[in-house]
Ligand binder design. Structure first.
Ligand SMILES: Cc1ncc(COP(=O)(O)O)c(C=O)c1O
Length: 390
């Protein structure tokens, strides 16, 4: 028997890997499972992006290894997008590092920055990779509770001095997964000041910044003057451009952090497929107006879920951004049991809140990444399940 390394055993198996297996079994047994668990955009990217990929893939000179930091044009396209969206100026060569999806960079950043025994401050509930990458690097996770009464913003003043002395990274993510909360520039200003005083690297994960509703515009932390001295922002085309499977993201901002991240990632991968890089350039440089209509579709779905929950008698906050509805599980259920029973008997997959940390216990996350007819069907099944079992 091959025994895994201690560091591997310190990791919980990825929740969605186990869920995928169970869903495959149910599907093979003839059940029609509706997936509202993982936040994988179900709509395709617009035609001009797919055409850029197809045209490049058809050429004979587009199939070799690429540079570890992609193409100069893609780095410039990210920089231009930050200028256009936020008025932020970034040096395309020193302050932009393309990634194979933002998850790759989020994971490798811990290996690049965290020494064994260092503390990493992590939102709880939060995207799992912040904690998992900390653990695999030998670092210690210090959870920052995100609670509704504080608008799901962390209470930085509550972190003990002894923890701050050992802390190297503060993770933030707005619009937030899983709570749907947003943060404003004033909060980012406080964070930048706090990080400078405590010599922390702030990592802001802006994965959902362009999935917004009712005219809401999500700010970038890099808009705060001086932010690039202490902050890196992670961004991705996965949600903004419906390109989750393409694996295109970027880290932007602090040059020291990016240089160290580059050392790790250049040892782990050998660059993207060039047609994907050219399609990503087309995504960032081309028409962006299609996103408004895409966001309206998500907003209709969000409202459909909220109406159903209201009819069931559950009062739930309407998120201004992101792909998720975050709600307490009904009283008599633990969130894990509710999710399991709903999957097994109604064949609707949700995510139990504890996957995102201790504070997520008792919560459910519903992703709105299914077409309207499937979402309606899922909401009907949920309603029937609650009437039967609630
Ligand atoms: C908060 C957050 N950050 C990062 C990611 C990773 O996105 P990707 O690796 O596709 O860029 C996700 C994916 O769901 C996410 O929810």
């Amino acid at each position: 028997m091959i025994v895994g390394a201690k560091r591997t055993q310190s990791l919980a198996p990825q929740f969605f890997a186990a869920l995928n297996r169970r869903i495959a079994e149910l599907t093979a047994a003839g059940h029609d499972v509706i997936r509202l668990d993982v936040g994988s955009p179900d709509m395709p990217p617009p035609a001009h992006i797919i055409e850029a990929l197809a045209n490049a893939a058809a050429r004979s000179d587009r199939h070799g290894y690429q540079s570890h930091n992609a193409t100069p044009r893609l780095r410039s396209a990210w920089s231009a997008a930050y200028q256009r969206l936020y008025g932020v100026k970034l040096d395309a060569d020193l302050q932009v590092l393309p990634l194979m999806g933002s998850k790759e960079g989020i994971f490798h950043l811990a290996l690049a920055i965290v020494n064994p025994g260092d503390v990493v401050l992590i939102p709880d509930p939060g995207y799992m990779t912040y904690a998992q990458s900390t653990r695999i690097s030998g670092g210690e996770v210090y959870p920052l509770p995100l609670i509704r009464e504080r608008g799901y913003l962390p209470d930085l003043g509550s972190i003990p001095g002894s923890v701050l002395e050992r802390a190297r990274i503060l993770w933030l993510n707005y619009p937030n997964n899983p709570t749907g909360a947003v943060a404003e520039t004033g909060f980012f200003e406080q964070v930048v000041d706090f990080a400078a005083r405590h010599r922390l690297l702030v990592c802001h994960d802006a994965a959902y910044a362009q999935v917004t509703y009712g005219g809401y515009v999500a700010p970038s932390i890099l808009q705060v003057p001086g932010a690039a001295q202490v902050a890196v922002e992670f961004n991705t085309l996965s949600k903004s451009h419906n390109m989750a499977g393409w694996r295109v993201g970027a880290a932007m901002g602090n040059t020291d952090a990016l240089r160290n991240l580059f050392i790790v990632k250049s040892n782990a991968d050998s660059g993207h497929f060039l047609p994907i890089l050219e399609a990503a350039e087309a995504a960032l440089e081309g028409d962006q107006t299609w996103m408004r209509q895409r966001n309206e579709i998500y907003q209709l779905r969000r409202d459909l879920v909220l109406q159903t929950l209201k009819k069931i008698g559950w009062q739930v906050d309407a998120p201004k951004a992101g792909l998720y509805i975050w709600l307490p599980a009904p009283d008599q259920w633990s969130s894990a049991e509710f999710v399991q029973e709903l999957l097994e008997s109604a064949h609707v997959a949700l995510t139990p809140g504890e996957v995102f940390g201790e504070q997520g216990k008792g919560y459910l996350r519903i992703a709105i990444t299914a077409p309207e007819n499937r979402l309606r069907e899922a909401m009907q099944r949920l309603t029937d399940f609650v009437h039967r079992r609630g």
